[in-house]
Unconditional design. Structure first.
Length: 469
C-alpha cells in the first residue's frame, strides 16, 4: 500500500480520501452530524500527508457533503446523501460485486446466455399449467380480481403449504404461516423484525450473494463461517457465535446455494444446540425444496419452529413472474411479522396467491416437478462431464438441484474469466460474489439448466489461461 500511495499523484490521493469519506457517509458509517476523523488521524490511517486530507476536506465542504466548525473540526452535513448499497460494503472488483451478477443476469437479452443466473430457463416452467390457472382466474368473482388479500394470506394456500411442509417433517398450523411476495421479501421482513443497525448476522462462506446485499441494506454487521459438504464447519461456527454473538444465522439446509451441499443430521443437531446456548435465531431458506429426490434434514423439523424460522417460495419451480413466498414461525413472531407486512405492503398479492394455489392443486404440478428433477439430473451429468474436460472440477457432486460449485484450473481468476465471457454476451457467477472472506477467487457457480449451450464451453476454453495460447 505504501508504494502505491507514493506513486499516486496528489490529485489521485485527494480523490482517494474524498472517496473514502464519501463511502463512509453513503454507507451510514458516518451519520448526519457525526464528527469526521481529525486531519492528522485520517492522514495516518490512509498513509497520506495532512495537506492532502486538508484539500480533500475542503472539497467535500464545497460539495456540501461535510461542514467545517472552526475550533471544533469537520462534521457530516445534516442533509446526507441517500443510502447507497453499492457503497455500504467493501469496494469489490465489479465482476464479483453481488449486484453485478444479478444485474447482468436480469438485464441479459433473449440472445444472452446466463450460466451464472439462479433460475431455470423459461421453457422449463409449467407454462400450460400457468395458462390454465390464468384462464380459471379470469372467470373468478370480483373480490379475487380486485380486493386486497388478508394479512396472513390466502387461507387455502396456507393450508396446502402446511401439508407440504409436513411431508418434510415440519409441523406448522396454517396460522403459523404468512404469505409474502417472494422468498427475498420474507427475509427482508425478518431482518426488519429482528435487527437493529449494527447487529451481527452469521452467514455461510460461501452463501447466496443476495444475502450479503440484503443484510447491507439493513446495516447489519456480517460475519461468515466456512461451509463444508455436510454443513457449516462446526468448530468455526462455535467460535464465531461465542465471539460475535450474532442475532441471526441465515442458511440453506437442503441444496445449499451455491455449493449444492446437504446438511447432515449430526451437524444440524450441533448447530441447534449452539443456537440454544447463545440465543441465536436461525432463518432456514428452503426455496429449492421441490428439486429434492429425497428430503434432506431440516433444522425447522428438528427444532419444531422454536428458534428456527422456515421460509420458501415457488419462483424456482413454478414461475419467477408470479411472485409468492411464505414464512413459517412461532405464533407470536407471525403476529409481529403480520403487523410489519401491513405496515410495509398493506395487503398481499392475492392474484399471485390464487394462481399459485390453482397450479399447485392441479395434479399436473407433481408430474412437472418429477420431470424437472429428472431433467436436472441429466443436465448435471452432462455439464459436469463437459466442465471436467476443461479442467473445471466440481467441489462435490450434488444430490439434487441445479448448481455446481467448481474450481477453475491453473489458479485461474474467476473474475477475469467472467469479464472475458461477458464480452461474448455470457453471464457467469464468479466465486467471490458468494464469499464474504473473498477466498473463492478461482471458484465459479454454474447453473446446469442454463449451461447446456455448446458456445458456453468454447468461451470458457478460450477465457481460461491455457486457452489464450
Amino acid at each position: 500500500m505504501v508504494k502505491v500511495a507514493i506513486q499516486m499523484s496528489e490529485g489521485t490521493r485527494v480523490a482517494m480520501v474524498m472517496a473514502t469519506i464519501g463511502q463512509r457517509i453513503s454507507g451510514r458509517n458516518l451519520t448526519p452530524g457525526a464528527k469526521l476523523p481529525s486531519l492528522r488521524q485520517l492522514a495516518v490511517t490512509l498513509k497520506v500527508s495532512t495537506s492532502t486530507v486538508v484539500e480533500a476536506y475542503e472539497r467535500l465542504v464545497a460539495e456540501g457533503a461535510i461542514v467545517s466548525r472552526p475550533g471544533s473540526g469537520f462534521y457530516v452535513a445534516n442533509q446526507a446523501a441517500p443510502f447507497s448499497l453499492a457503497e455500504a460494503g467493501p469496494k469489490l472488483d465489479r465482476a464479483v460485486d453481488p449486484f453485478w451478477v444479478s444485474r447482468q443476469s436480469l438485464e441479459a437479452g433473449d440472445g444472452g446466455l446466463k450460466p451464472g443466473c439462479g433460475w431455470l430457463p423459461s421453457s422449463w416452467f409449467p407454462e400450460e399449467s400457468i395458462r390454465r390457472g390464468l384462464r380459471t382466474l379470469s372467470r373468478a368473482k370480483s373480490p379475487v380480481l380486485a380486493d386486497y388479500g388478508t394479512p396472513l394470506g390466502l387461507p387455502p394456500l396456507r393450508q396446502l403449504i402446511a401439508r407440504r411442509m409436513a411431508e418434510r417433517g415440519i409441523e406448522a398450523s396454517p396460522d403459523q404461516i404468512m404469505l409474502t411476495e417472494s422468498g427475498t421479501q420474507a427475509i427482508d421482513l425478518l431482518c426488519r423484525f429482528f435487527l437493529e443497525p449494527g447487529d451481527t448476522v452469521l452467514v455461510d462462506d460461501p452463501c447466496y450473494f443476495n444475502f450479503h446485499a440484503l443484510l447491507r441494506a439493513h446495516r447489519a454487521k456480517i460475519v461468515g463461517v466456512p461451509y463444508t459438504p455436510s454443513g457449516p464447519n462446526i468448530e468455526a461456527f462455535s467460535r464465531t457465535v461465542s465471539e460475535h454473538r450474532p442475532r441471526l444465522y441465515i442458511t440453506n439446509s437442503a441444496i445449499h446455494n451455491p455449493t449444492g451441499a446437504v446438511l447432515s443430521p449430526v451437524t444440524a443437531h450441533r448447530v441447534l444446540k449452539l443456537a440454544d446456548q447463545f440465543g441465536l435465531t436461525i432463518i432456514e431458506d428452503d426455496i429449492f425444496a421441490d428439486f429434492e429426490h429425497t428430503a434432506a434434514p431440516r433444522l425447522a423439523a428438528f427444532d419444531g419452529l422454536e428458534r428456527v424460522i422456515h421460509i420458501g417460495s415457488f419462483s424456482k419451480t413454478l414461475s419467477a413472474s408470479a411472485r409468492c413466498g411464505f414464512v413459517a414461525a412461532r405464533p407470536e413472531w407471525i403476529e409481529g411479522l403480520t403487523d410489519l407486512k401491513i405496515a410495509t405492503t398493506f395487503g398481499g398479492g392475492r392474484l399471485n396467491a390464487e394462481l399459485v394455489l390453482n397450479v399447485l392443486s392441479d395434479g399436473s404440478y407433481r408430474k412437472h416437478v418429477e420431470a424437472l428433477r429428472s431433467r436436472l439430473s441429466q443436465a448435471m451429468f452432462e455439464v459436469s462431464a463437459r466442465l471436467r474436460s476443461l479442467g473445471i472440477v466440481p467441489w462435490l457432486e450434488p444430490q439434487a438441484g441445479m448448481f455446481l460449485w467448481c474450481r477453475l484450473p491453473d489458479d485461474a481468476d474467476a473474475a477475469d474469466v467472467a469479464r472475458a465471457a461477458l464480452e461474448r454476451n455470457i453471464v457467469l457467477a464468479p466465486g467471490n460474489a458468494f464469499s464474504l472472506s473473498q477466498s473463492a477467487g478461482n471458484f465459479m457457480r454454474f447453473n446446469v439448466s442454463q449451461t447446456l449451450d455448446p458456445r458456453i464451453f468454447e468461451v470458457l476454453r478460450l477465457a481460461l489461461p491455457r486457452g489464450r495460447g
